[in-house]
Design a protein around this ligand. Structure first.
Ligand SMILES: Cc1cc2nc3c(=O)[nH]c(=O)nc-3n(C[C@H](O)[C@H](O)[C@H](O)COP(=O)(O)OP(=O)(O)OC[C@H]3O[C@@H](n4cnc5c(N)ncnc54)[C@H](O)[C@@H]3O)c2cc1C
Length: 331
């Protein structure tokens, strides 16, 4: 276990703002977690699990918390196409590893920054696939029960960018995830941009899908290693049919996806129509190519980005009557 005191978070989250963590504890043995929980209690500070920080925005200069990062990186292939990975495994490495071992399903989720542990927290999704479709069980430390637990997939309450871990923020420290994959390719090409990129080939190999997804992502998204960002800042809002129809009367070109009985409207479209795409104020702003991505071009503070996010929420609310919800975890 490594305990660091008042350490910069600049290289430990992808917005790259210069916040300071009161304590940052890295553990590579799962058995050490209980000690970290006790440490946070003794300091009277909240305990915040963190992976690569690809979904965090910190709004205060000093974050008065104990961060815990699980660094265990083992992967175990089991029977029946089950693969168990510990929380510290890099997500994209894991996707590549499964494909190299002829286990399929995760290819559409290629290139998502972050760790295996966080993959279940917001139920990562991209190009028509969500990780929830493949999760078999999760091992975690349950802080309220003060013990390690095994959570079956049916108890995880997965939804769009949501799970039991997000709903009970701060209660679980995920230690490993077991995925149930397939030994025969079952490609998903429902996402228009992916289908357009690939063409009409129905028997395309998952490794080719991975390559296509990586190329599309490279062309559309700013690289967080060069420009601070956390991917999509807001969730795509879902509205009922009556509300959608009223919007469609006003904006006949409004894009949407059906999500059960609800209409999901791309937040990027709402933000762009509210005039924010390409907005820049000093070293922070809204990305020119993608209105859903707020960016730190250099030395901006988390609070600058937070204030910008609030202005965007207000103007989208005023224009469309929709309150955007952040996808990013704001601390
Ligand atoms: C350029 C870019 C593109 C992105 N594209 C996508 C995308 O296509 N789809 C998508 O879904 N997301 C996307 N994201 C968001 C991000 O990649 C995911 O949310 C990812 O899962 C974050 O992983 P992380 O390890 O960095 O988690 P962190 O940002 O460190 O943490 C995220 C959340 O998970 C919690 N957490 C982390 N580890 C644990 C653990 N071991 N136990 C319990 N809780 C934990 C944290 O407390 C926090 O609430 C993108 C981000 C960037 C920067």
């Amino acid at each position: 276990m490594k305990i660091e005191y008042q350490i910069s978070l600049k290289e430990r989250h992808t917005f790259h703002c210069n916040n300071i963590a009161e304590y940052f504890i890295t553990v590579d043995e799962i058995s050490e977690i209980q000690e970290v929980v006790e440490f946070a209690n003794s300091k009277n500070l909240p305990l915040i699990p963190i992976g690569d920080g690809a979904n965090f925005l910190f709004t205060t200069e000093i974050v008065k918390a104990v961060f815990i990062k699980i660094d265990k990186k083992d992967i175990l292939i089991g029977d029946n196409n089950y693969v168990k990975a510990y929380s510290g495994v890099d997500w994209d490495f894991f996707v590549s590893f499964t494909l190299d071992n002829l286990l399929y399903g995760l290819e559409n989720l290629s290139g998502i920054p972050g760790t295996v542990g966080a993959s279940v927290v917001q139920n990562i999704g991209a190009y028509g696939v969500e990780v929830a479709q493949f999760v078999q069980e999760v091992e975690a430390f349950d802080i309220s029960l003060n013990k390690f637990v095994v959570l079956d997939k049916n108890s995880l309450n997965f939804a769009y960018r949501d799970s039991i871990f997000k709903k009970n923020r701060g209660n679980f420290i995920v230690t490993s995830v077991t995925y149930s994959l397939s030994n025969s390719p079952k490609t998903v090409l429902t996402y228009r941009a992916l289908l357009d990129f690939i063409g009409d080939s129905r028997d395309i190999h998952p490794k080719k899908i991975r390559e296509a997804v990586l190329q599309i992502r490279d062309s559309k998204l700013p690289n967080h290693k060069n420009i601070g960002n956390a991917g999509s800042f807001f969730k795509n809002p879902e509205v009922d049919v009556a509300f959608f129809e009223s919007l469609k009367d006003l904006y006949p070109d409004i894009p949407f996806f059906l999500s059960g009985d609800l209409y999901k409207i791309p937040a990027a479209w709402l933000i762009e129509k509210s005039g924010w795409r390409g907005f820049k104020d000093g070293s922070f702003g809204v990305h020119q190519k993608h209105a859903l991505i707020l960016v730190n071009y250099g030395e901006s503070k988390g609070s600058d980005i937070y204030n910008l996010a609030n202005k965007i929420i207000d103007s989208v609310k005023e224009k469309f009557g929709i309150t955007l919800q952040p996808e990013v975890e704001i601390v």
